[in-house]
Design a protein around this ligand. Structure first.
Ligand SMILES: NC(=O)c1ccc[n+]([C@@H]2O[C@H](COP(=O)([O-])OP(=O)(O)OC[C@H]3O[C@@H](n4cnc5c(N)ncnc54)[C@H](OP(=O)(O)O)[C@@H]3O)[C@@H](O)[C@H]2O)c1
Length: 304
């Protein structure tokens, strides 16, 4: 496995992580899958207070060396008031069984609670050593700038946004902001929420498959590697050993610039059907966005 130094600092992070949204249905299989990922060298596990998977992650990482792991979780916008951020973080720490969180994200922007208040609380967590890095998720550039301006003596370390060969709305926006500000970008839904292999993406899949043949890699591995070539860290959710292995192996090669460009060209055709910059910005400032995010992040029904 290849690693980077997070934000150019000391923390070592694998160039691919594992997501846990919608886990909690079969804890035995999921625990096994996450441990398999850890044993293959993936050290970044992504969760959120809203996913209901922090205790699964906490149970799974028992027995692993703390400093070998990089655990990220997220505070939900209804906890963005000062004291709520602090207590939400402490609850997350307790569920995770940790003394500190490596990367603590604001899950998505709040239109109700002043950014300055939330930023103060996040900095207090940093100062008290309960978190090591501040992250933002689903923030536009202007919103990221507001958070950064509200921070007194720290920098935002990372952003997390949807990014895949099918959804590239962050290009020219928050992705460029991250590059300019030495922030990491974590790409969520990198396998298009498990739909990348659907027939509707046939032309794109054909290209991924053709290119993959030359490297001995599958279309999913090519799609994940494309995200790494863009300088982002994909965090696919995988709950079987086979998927974990396929995803981890995506880090074991590097696409040529020519192949990245060829994928861009085919993938461009899908972008017209996605919400672009201005429309996405408008949607985010409406209450529909908050409802969509809450719905999208709802805790799945547990099986056990
Ligand atoms: N910040 C946010 O607002 C936000 C929003 C969404 C997601 N996220 C984070 O990003 C993570 C990943 O995103 P996601 O779960 O939405 O979507 P995703 O990773 O694009 O897709 C997950 C689906 O892809 C399947 N899969 C994984 N590897 C595969 C492979 N090699 N071949 C075929 N299928 C494969 C998984 O199947 P199996 O489970 O059966 O293995 C699962 O059904 C989440 O788990 C979460 O941690 C964050």
């Amino acid at each position: 496995m290849e690693y980077i130094r997070f934000g150019g600092g000391q923390d070592k992070v694998s160039i691919i992580g594992i997501g846990t949204w919608k886990m909690g249905r079969d804890r035995t299989a999921e625990t096994k899958a996450i441990r398999h990922a850890l044993d293959l060298g993936i050290n970044l596990i992504d969760t959120a207070e809203m996913y209901g998977t922090e205790s699964l992650v906490g149970d799974t990482i028992k027995g692993y060396e703390r400093e070998d792991l990089f655990i990220s979780t997220k505070v939900s916008p209804h906890h963005f008031h000062n004291d709520d951020v602090i207590s939400a973080c402490k609850r997350s720490l307790s569920r995770l069984g940790l003394k500190y969180i490596d990367l603590y994200y604001l899950h998505w922007p709040s239109k109700r609670i002043p950014t300055a208040e939330t930023a103060r609380a996040m900095e207090r967590l940093l100062d008290e050593g309960l978190i090591r890095h501040i992250g933002i998720s689903n923030y536009e550039v202007n919103e990221a700038k507001d958070v950064q301006a509200a921070l007194d003596h720290s920098r935002i370390g990372a952003a997390q946004d949807e990014y895949s060969v099918v959804v590239r709305a962050i290009e020219g926006g928050i992705l460029d902001y991250c590059r300019r500000n030495r922030m990491e970008m974590l790409a969520y839904s990198p396998v298009v929420r498990g739909t990348l292999l659907d027939k509707k993406y046939a032309p794109l899949l054909g290209k991924l498959s053709d290119i993959g043949e030359g490297y001995g890699k599958t279309p999913v591995q090519v799609a994940l590697n494309w995200l790494m070539c863009k300088g982002t860290i994909p965090i696919p959710k995988a709950s079987s050993a086979a998927h974990v292995e396929e995803d981890a192996e995506a880090a074991a090669f590097r696409l040529s610039k020519r192949h990245v460009d060829e994928i861009d060209t085919v993938s461009d055709k899908y972008q017209k059907r996605q919400l672009g910059g201005a429309a996405r910005g408008l949607l985010k400032h409406s209450s529909i966005w908050s409802r969509l995010m809450t719905k999208a992040n709802e805790r799945p029904a547990a099986k056990h």
